[in-house]
Design a protein around this ligand. Structure first.
Ligand SMILES: C[S@@+](CC[C@H](N)C(=O)[O-])C[C@H]1O[C@@H](n2cnc3c(N)ncnc32)[C@H](O)[C@@H]1O
Length: 448
């Protein structure tokens, strides 16, 4: 593979005797993977249903390598939110972060949401997950991935760490900074990243990375943990950023995740004496280039505490939603609903005054001519067992694909709204009348 000259020269200096082996790995094919959505499917069922799985990814419990020639994006199960298509190394940072149900977690550079969905699945919809990105255009795919995965405890924001300080100072238990970087680790997979690389000025990303970290640190509570990750090899963007950060912030320390380090020989230590960091090298591991390191803010660290409001909704119910819930047998007893710009949400209850919020909690639906229309996000979140009116389309016949393409189906079932499931997994909504199912699968999500 032709590689940028500047990159080759730098890597030669960095890797010395290992350089030839490293550079030879660029003539091999990239590896591909998918990550199971544990919110929707058990490991056993996943192994039975997905035919193109290869061996498990050693550093990620839910991750699997897949056949190089498989097309997971065309898989109907993908459109039911059963997995995320993720380059195997990219699953490492969240394993290191280890978010738990009930925690307050920030995914600061989140779009398009690969790591957000991994965090969300681990949190089991308990606690609060703020998924932020500075690039507004990228928030649409972030929101879609969150909805498809059935995550309901997240807020998608369009801020920077600096602008989040009010109200989130010293607030989060865990923060992921999956920083923008020069992307050297993706050259084997993505021609565009390689071509863009030659246009970057030297150290274009370093200042940005330092600045992001410098603000992110204030959002972490004393005793909280932060993972910094990139998909690049450059020590300027990895070890040097962290060493300088530790030099300037004595209330932070490195955390060695011995378990992960020992999980497989494929994970290497950081360079420049940063043994606690983890590197994935393509000539050592079955994955593309990646870097991740975990830092902890000491318990003694001090600072202002932000003032995050918890919103007490007045157990508001909306008549049209109630009528719909009664019709399909959905228990919305504990749901506090809010109406915003015509759309109805079950929000997270975390105050976001002054923040640019793109999505909050679960979009339940909207009202049209006084009638409730359930949302795609609601269908993705629900399981077939949550309602007593559903139709199940098998995966073998042509119907499943027809449904995902937005076509009308001929099917038997109860009149009115039905949750449409494919092979038992919720896919969307449909309205039945006299054996004809009017398709309500979201237009923007339809398969081509
Ligand atoms: C490596 S990508 C993130 C990939 C994502 N974590 C995933 O797993 O799908 C880096 C992201 O950082 C965002 N970004 C750049 N500068 C930022 C900043 N100052 N604050 C927040 N996000 C930023 C970019 O828009 C980009 O989406």
């Amino acid at each position: 593979m032709m590689l940028p000259r500047k990159f080759e020269d730098r890597m030669k200096m960095l890797l010395k005797d290992d350089y030839d082996e490293f550079i030879d790995s660029f003539d091999k094919r990239n590896v591909r993977g998918i990550r199971r959505n544990s919110l929707k499917i058990s490991e056993d069922d996943f192994l039975k249903k997905i035919e193109y799985l290869k061996e498990p990814i050693p550093w990620c419990n839910e991750g699997y390598y897949i056949d190089y020639d498989s097309r997971p994006g065309k898989d109907i199960y993908y459109h039911c939110g059963l997995f995320y298509i993720q380059e195997p190394s990219a699953s490492l940072p969240v394993e290191l972060l280890n978010p738990l149900p009930g925690e307050r977690v920030l995914d600061l550079c989140a779009a398009p949401g690969g790591k957000t969905t991994q965090i969300g699945a681990k949190m089991k919809n308990e606690g609060i997950l703020i998924a932020n990105d500075v690039n507004r255009k990228r928030l649409l795919s972030l929101k879609r991935n969150i909805q498809l995965f059935g995550i309901t405890n997240s807020i998608v924001t369009n801020e920077t760490a600096e602008t989040m300080k009010v109200p989130f100072e010293n607030y989060f238990d865990k923060i992921l900074v999956d920083a923008p970087c020069s992307g050297e680790g993706m050259f084997r997979r993505d021609e565009k990243t390689k071509n863009r690389y030659s246009t970057y000025e030297d150290n274009k990303f370093t200042e940005m990375q330092k600045e992001i970290l410098d603000h992110a640190k204030d959002l972490l509570r004393p005793g909280g943990e932060l993972v910094y990750s990139t998909c690049t090899f450059s020590t300027e963007e990895n070890e040097k950023v962290i060493l300088e950060f530790l030099e300037n912030n004595k209330d932070f320390e490195l955390i060695d995740d011995i378990g992960l380090h020992n999980s497989t020989k494929q994970l290497s230590k950081g360079l420049m004496g940063l043994d606690e960091a983890i590197r994935i090298w393509p000539h050592v591991a079955n994955g593309e280039g990646h870097f991740a390191v975990k830092l902890k803010k000491t318990e003694e660290s001090s600072g202002n505490i932000g003032n995050v409001e918890t919103i007490a909704y007045e157990n508001r119910q909306i008549c049209s939603v109630k009528a719909f819930a009664d019709e399909v047998g959905l228990d919305i007893g504990g749901w506090d609903l809010v109406l915003k710009k015509g759309k109805i949400f079950k929000e997270t209850g975390i105050g976001t005054k002054g923040m640019d919020v793109f999505y909050n909690g679960l979009e339940v639906g909207f009202e049209k001519n006084g009638r409730f229309m359930p949302s795609q996000a609601l269908a993705s979140f629900l399981k077939k067992e949550d309602v007593n009116k559903s139709v199940d389309i098998g995966i073998e016949g042509p119907e499943a694909l027809k449904y995902l393409k937005g076509e009308t189906l001929h099917i038997n079932g109860e009149k009115g709204w039905n949750l449409v499931a494919i092979d038992g997994f919720s896919a969307g909504w449909g309205k039945l009348s006299q054996g004809i199912l009017k398709n309500h699968y979201l237009k923007e999500w339809r398969m081509m």
